[in-house]
Ligand binder design. Structure first.
Ligand code: HEM
Length: 460
């Protein structure tokens, strides 16, 4: 068969679709084009093409690891790589260190290890609860802000027993500031020609200073642990002591530092945006709210949450899956074909082409989820329906060998946070007419969402 051209928005000569992009929220442009052009379209930026895929049928093809591999070149990940090198998230396909780190870390992120982090996670969570209790019922809380503190501190504490103490720091802790500024600049660099970049002396100096600051802290933590070894079952010990069963090799100190920074990058905004979206959806759907609260009350009652409770909250899990489906905090990710490929029976994807899997759209394919695919209905995730979904129909955590290694970590942390928060507070929108909008960086979050957390009196 002769391939047919992939639909493409016209754009302008040389610059291509540069002016089509919504600079603040690029996702809006992708969604608009997906509506207009359908399950596949191609954009052109200064001659560089990116193919965007939005349907379950095409996702099944481009997420077939025999035909396509994770794309970590010519995209945002390649920018972040200046800091995190070949650590898990930014490694190119097939790099040796990825394999070593993956095999050493998979058990350390496994269910038993994560369960072992329960008390440490609760420690940080109780700081959030205390803060919201002290705020009182009339303080408009920015949930994304405090969930970012929660996620950041939880990873730092569980991964390397380091207390960032964001809840006790006026403003933003320096490490967190450095990471935010580094990630913003990494994103901005994607859009700048290199000649312009070279002239931005101050910006470039700050970029390097931010990286040094993060690496210095990581180094301090590694050296401190080497001088004062302990038996904590955290990720740092797993990396210092672990050997790859396949090659017998361990991780170098630099690699360990890069992995730690990677966990913080990959795990903080994703989790915080996710928890914020769950709050939004639950508050916006009173009937869901009532069911969720009834479940939490019947399982936890007045007790402090314990590990046994985790498996007894099926409705809450359905709410989480449904929120994640509609608002995947990493809205998409890249793949590339090993060789020229035809997908959908007619579209040619040449080797070295960047393909972007728009996960947030694949997750809402009406062919899988029906005409109400855009509505929030946790029922569709209950009673075995989630397990019965077709392959690649719910893909917020990535794909195959390069899927999220922190999924179990994020999930347990989020379950603990949500159960405990709904046990202790009643939530309302601070602005009763709030309409959901998106704030996009590397990840997405609800924009300008403010809530009241009213300590519950009905249960005490
Ligand atoms: C990879 C999503 C939390 C660590 C990924 C990928 C996605 C994802 C979509 C694949 C990206 C790609 O293909 O380029 C999420 C979401 C989270 C979350 C939605 C929270 C709700 C976490 C946490 C950690 C983490 C808490 C660490 C503690 C990683 C790492 C990778 C990864 C290391 C790279 C894995 C590899 O390529 O070997 N995540 N993530 N993530 N995530 Fe997560």
């Amino acid at each position: 068969t002769t391939p047919v051209p992939i639909p493409h928005p016209p754009g302008v000569p040389i610059l291509g679709n540069v002016f089509d992009m919504d600079r603040v929220t690029p996702l809006n442009t992708f969604e608009r084009f997906a509506q207009q052009y359908g399950e596949i379209f191609v954009l052109n930026f200064l001659g560089k093409e990116i193919v965007v895929v939005s349907s379950n049928a095409l996702a099944q093809e481009v997420l077939d690891e025999r035909r396509f591999f994770k794309g970590a070149r010519r995209n945002a990940l390649e920018q972040i790589r200046v800091l995190t090198g070949d650590a898990l998230f930014t490694a190119y396909h097939g790099e040796e260190n990825w394999g070593i780190a993956h095999r050493v870390l998979v058990p350390a992120f496994g269910p038993a290890s994560i369960l072992g982090m329960f008390d440490d996670m609760y420690d940080i969570l109780s700081q959030l609860v205390l803060k919201w209790e002290r705020f009182g019922p009339k303080h408009a809380i920015d949930p994304a802000d405090d969930f970012t503190r929660l996620a950041f501190d939880t990873i730092a504490y569980c991964a390397m027993s380091y207390r960032l103490n964001s809840f006790y720091t006026e403003g933003t802790p320096p490490f967190v500031e450095a990471m935010g500024s580094f990630l913003r600049e990494s994103g901005a660099r994607m859009t700048r020609p290199s000649i312009v970049q070279r002239m931005m002396g101050q910006t470039n100096a700050k970029y390097e200073q931010d990286q040094r600051q993060m690496m210095d802290l990581a180094k301090e933590i590694v050296e401190d642990r080497k001088q004062n070894p302990n038996d904590r079952k955290d990720l740092l010990n797993a990396m210092l002591k672990g050997r790859d069963p396949q090659s017998g090799k361990g991780l170098s100190d630099v690699s360990i530092m890069q992995q730690m920074i990677t966990f913080l990058i990959a795990g903080h905004e994703t989790t915080s945006g996710f928890l914020s979206f769950v709050m939004y959806f639950v508050i916006a759907h009173p009937e869901v709210y009532a069911k969720l609260r009834a479940e939490v009350d019947s399982v936890l009652g007045q007790e402090r949450m314990r590990p046994e409770h985790l498996g007894r909250l099926p409705y809450m899990v359905a709410v989480m899956r449904e929120a994640m489906r509609l608002k995947s905090t990493i809205p998409g990710y890249g793949v590339e074909p090993f060789q020229d490929e035809i997908i959908g029976g007619k579209y040619l994807i040449k080797k070295d082409t960047n393909v972007f899997v728009l996960a947030i759209n694949v997750n809402r394919d009406p062919k899988v989820y029906g005409e109400d695919a855009n509505e929030f209905k946790p029922e569709r995730m209950l009673d075995g329906k989630f397990e019965a979904l077709p392959p690649k129909a719910w893909i917020p955590f990535g794909n195959g060998a390069r899927a999220c290694i922190g999924r179990g970590f994020a999930w347990q942390e989020s379950q603990m946070a949500l159960a405990t928060l709904f046990q202790k507070f009643d939530f309302r929108f601070a602005d009763a007419d709030y309409k959901l909008q998106i704030n996009q960086t590397l990840t997405i979050k609800p924009k300008d969402l403010r809530i009241y957390a009213i300590p519950r009196t009905d249960t005490t």
